[in-house]
Design a protein around this ligand. Structure first.
Ligand SMILES: Nc1nc2c(c(=O)[nH]1)N[C@H]1C(S)=C(S)[C@@H](COP(=O)(O)O)O[C@H]1N2
Ligand SMILES: [Mo]
Length: 538
């Protein structure tokens, strides 16, 4: 009796395992086939991408803030991993159900497909044709579910379906009977492995194919940007502080932080790109990409920062941008009296509210097409984005920008403003310690300390450090490239004795205004506080 129930439990467990594996392989096949097929339609047709984008749209602001604050530029990776885990759990459940009731298992898969179909069809710009990859994938998933469920039950697909076995023990008898080397179990595992292998190849091939068929990528690769009419001033010698391990003064495109709400990076063919300039203006017009390239472009180093950056954080980057001054765009549009804001909107619906006067004063606020000598990378806004010195990205740096509406703050609000953040976003003076790293162990004697500070549009005039709550010491400032870029600093601490030490930094802008000491979180208009770290001298 006792022996028998142990065996039953054992086979229950095996039934669960076989069912879970079946469900997961079936789901993998569904996504793989859909991914391959979606290479032939728009990116919205990819079920994973559309479900994720829908999820982002419906995510409450606090969760978005949490995700950006906690995972920073990895927020999308975390979302994708969570989605894959959730899909695996649901798929396993469908697979387990199918072991006993194949129809119910299939119905679950169909239910998930309907939800994914809704996510796909409600994406901006998606049509009924975008459902084809999901339909093909669902067909593949259902077939695999049936095939492996039958294999798990030790039957061939043509024989009596396991639906007829009403008990778990019955359904899994064949699987449960044998040990690892039992022929039916081996056959099941082999088939699962074979199907999974095919799914991996199909899915991977699909990903490669969609990249290859992405016209934006191809066009970008062969695009030659014109030379600027006014070149960026060459970087002075010594912009890079002489401290090993400090951030590069110009951030390579591949290392540039990325923050946006786009799970699928928009793929815009510049030939189809158009910027609509309208609203409270005398002269509405649209601008094509060719017209933009033919205009007199300027080049400028600008340090971009994200309002979500915490004290000491790394949501900041410095690049040489090539673009057309927004001042010129607005001069052509001729804003009418009373206008005080430009609402810029991205092709994916994101929007930013930028104070009109900021775009009309002398600063290099650009409609940018180039970043560090190449066309904008797709994830940084290809083919055109905004870059405005002195304002956080959420109120100024619209990527994939397609619309500029001259309006008022009273009338309109940007994406994040309607989610609890500020409507205005001037960048607050900030400084951070980059070397040594927090909690690092360094040798005794001379300790090299260094980092960056920024106060865009005014510049940094002084940086001070203090060790172990001693007096404030003046740090050495590296050369200044422009008031719109960050400025590096260094400090050499002589005679460091062994033990744990704290170092703190603070900066002054060019008007000798001291960086705010009080600690404040990023929401609603940017963090404040003096950065400090502890490290150990060996
Ligand atoms: N289309 C679009 N543009 C956007 C955003 C976005 O979510 N969507 N985020 C903004 C924010 S909050 C910042 S900080 C900058 C970041 O630009 P980057 O990703 O090139 O560093 O882009 C801005 N432009
Ligand atoms: Mo941001």
């Amino acid at each position: 009796m006792g022996k028998r129930s142990t065996t039953t439990r054992h086979s229950n467990w095996r039934s669960m395992a076989a069912g879970s594996l079946t469900g997961i392989v079936a789901a993998g096949s569904l996504f793989a086939v859909a991914e391959l097929a979606s290479a032939f339609s728009g990116p919205a047709a990819s079920p994973l991408a559309s479900v994720g984008s829908t999820f982002i749209d419906f995510t409450p602001a606090w969760l978005k803030n949490f995700a950006i604050a906690t995972f920073g530029t990895n927020d999308k990776l975390v979302l994708l991993i969570s989605m894959v885990v959730a899909a695996a759990v649901l798929a396993a459940a469908a697979g387990v159900v199918a072991q006993h009731k194949p129809r119910a298992g299939a119905a679950m898969v169909l239910g998930f497909a309907v939800v994914m179909g809704l996510c796909i069809t409600t994406r901006a710009g998606a049509g009924a044709f975008d459902l084809v990859p999901l339909l093909l994938g669902t067909a593949a998933g259902l077939w695999v579910l049936r095939y492996l469920t039958a294999a798990a039950a030790g039957h061939s697909t043509n024989s009596r379906p396991p639906a007829e076995s009403s008990t778990a023990a019955g359904a899994t008898a064949a699987l449960g009977q044998g040990d690892a080397s039992s022929p039916s179990r081996r056959a099941f595992l082999l088939r699962s492995a074979a199907v999974a292998g095919v799914a991996v190849v199909v899915g991977f091939g699909g990903t490669l194919l969609s990249t290859a068929r992405n016209t934006a990528v191809a066009v970008r690769e062969s695009l030659k940007l014109p030379a600027p009419k006014s070149k960026a001033a060459p970087l002075p010698a010594g912009v890079q502080a002489p401290v090993e391990g400090i951030t590069p003064f110009v951030t390579p495109n591949s290392d540039f932080y990325r923050i946006d709400t786009a799970l699928i990076v928009p793929e815009i063919d510049p030939a189809n790109w158009e910027l609509r300039v309208h609203g409270m203006v005398e002269n509405e017009f649209t601008l094509s990409f060719d017209e933009l390239l033919a205009a007199e472009l300027v080049e400028s180093h600008v340090t971009l920062t994200c309002v979500s950056n915490v004290v000491g954080g790394n949501l900041a980057g410095n690049a040489k941008w090539l673009g057309y001054p927004l001042r010129e765009v607005l001069a052509r549009a001729k804003p009418t009296a009373g206008a005080d804001m430009v609402l810029s909107t991205s092709i994916d619906g994101f929007s930013a509210s930028t104070p009109l006067p900021v775009l009309q004063d002398g600063r290099d606020a650009l409609l940018a097409v180039g970043m560090n000598g190449e066309p904008l990378p797709l994830e940084h806004g290809f083919p055109v984005r905004m870059v405005v010195p002195g304002l956080y990205g959420f109120v100024s740096a619209t990527k994939w920008v397609v619309d500029l509406e001259v309006t008022t703050f009273a009338e309109k609000a940007g994406y994040w403003t309607s989610r609890g953040w500020s409507s205005h976003g001037p960048i607050k003076t900030a400084s951070r310690i980059e070397v040594p790293r927090a909690l690092a162990r360094v040798p005794a004697g001379k300790v090299a300390i260094g980092g960056s500070a920024w106060a865009q549009t005014t510049g940094i005039s002084k940086v001070e450090v203090r060790i172990d709550d001693g007096g404030w010491q003046r740090a050495e400032l590296a050369a200044e490239a422009s008031v719109d870029t960050w400025r590096q600093w260094s400090y050499s601490w002589d005679g460091a004795v062994s033990g744990t030490h704290k170092v703190q930094v603070r900066a002054y802008d060019s008007q000798a205004r001291l960086q705010i000491e009080e600690q404040a979180p990023p929401e609603p208009d940017g963090s404040t506080g003096w950065h400090s770290i502890t490290f150990t001298v060996a």
